[in-house]
Design a protein around this ligand. Structure first.
Ligand code: MLT
Length: 311
């Protein structure tokens, strides 16, 4: 029988480079994961994956652009937990977390670190909380926009200490980190995939990690739970999606390239050095679909409790 055009196209896929959209600025944690993953997936696909940063609105601009892209496998999305918080934070994020995408798989889980500019007058989390409470109108907290992981962590921190912090939004925590290093902003909660090098170099002050256990590459950094914030735990899971309607033979190829990518020793070494856990067993569509299913209502509850309204 004649092969349908779709089947022919899928059989040749990919016959040119693929665009991986990162919905945050270059140089931030999401970008760091994407560029390492793109390199690790290239051998299986036999084509280059070009990482494109489409930043803004906490990642929803880039995410919605992929939702509207041609479903031919040449536009894919690398996004994280923000995929599941946006539905609670944006009245119209211009995509539907359940129907606009084909899930390809989970990639990594990344802990967050609460850090400050290197001359901030607090040397441990206790002093930090005291100082923030005593100077609540002066202390500024950077994030990558409403719906970003840094916004989620910042909201959890503000809620935990009962202080509504002045927040400065950036298009990614790459630029936010630049301002923190330049002492233009006071605090940031960001992922170890962006903060590890600065914490080790002492160019920022670090107070705690948000994971249940300490991070092997930052052994001296206490967890928030050790520091008395017993329910404070957040890990930034990252996933890969293709637009809804991408043919199955194409998404199957993306799944196998992702699975080879996360198993790649170079990728695994780099992620370990940055405190990230590679989700090798969950690099599949079912695991990602299940994760989104569980996370959307979980964060809807948190934001409702925090009195954060969708905008
Ligand atoms: C965030 O959600 O805070 C982003 O990961 C920041 C970034 O990747 O630039």
């Amino acid at each position: 029988a004649l092969l349908s055009a779709g089947a022919v196209q899928a059989a040749e896929y990919p016959d040119h480079s693929i665009n991986m959209i990162v919905p945050f600025s270059a140089g931030g944690p999401t970008d760091n994961v994407a560029r390492s993953l793109a390199e690790a997936m290239r051998p299986t696909l036999g084509q280059t994956i070009v990482v494109e940063n489409k930043a803004g609105a906490g990642g929803t601009i880039g995410t919605s652009q992929v939702a509207r892209a041609k479903p031919d496998g040449y536009s894919i999305l690398l996004m994280h937990i923000g995929f599941s918080t946006a539905p609670s934070l944006y009245k119209n994020p211009n995509y539907d977390a359940k129907t606009s995408f084909e899930p390809i798989g989970l990639v990594v889980d990344v802990p967050m670190t609460i850090i400050a500019r290197s001359d901030f007058p607090a040397n441990n989390i206790k002093e930090l909380v005291e100082y923030v409470k005593a100077n609540k109108d002066k202390v500024s907290l950077a994030n990558a926009g409403i719906g970003a992981a840094s916004h989620l962590c910042g909201t959890m921190f503000s809620q935990a200490i009962g202080v509504d912090l002045l927040t400065i939004p950036y298009k990614g925590t790459g630029p936010a980190m630049n301002d923190l290093l330049g002492k233009q902003v006071d605090l940031l909660c960001d992922q170890t995939t962006n903060t590890t090098q600065h914490i080790k170099a002492g160019t920022v002050k670090a107070y705690a990690v948000t994971s249940k256990e300490r991070v092997a590459t930052l052994p001296d950094l206490p967890t928030m739970q050790e520091s008395g914030f017993k329910d404070f735990e957040v890990g930034i899971w990252h996933g890969m999606w293709a637009p809804a309607g991408t043919p199955k033979p194409v998404t199957d190829k993306l799944v196998s390239a992702l699975q080879a990518g996360v198993a790649n020793p170079e990728f695994q070494k780099r992620m370990a050095a940055l405190g990230a856990t590679v989700l090798t067993k969950e690099a599949n569509p079912e695991a990602l679909a299940k994760k989104v299913e569980q996370q959307v209502p979980q964060w809807a509850d948190l934001f409702k409790k925090a009195g954060v309204e969708a905008q």
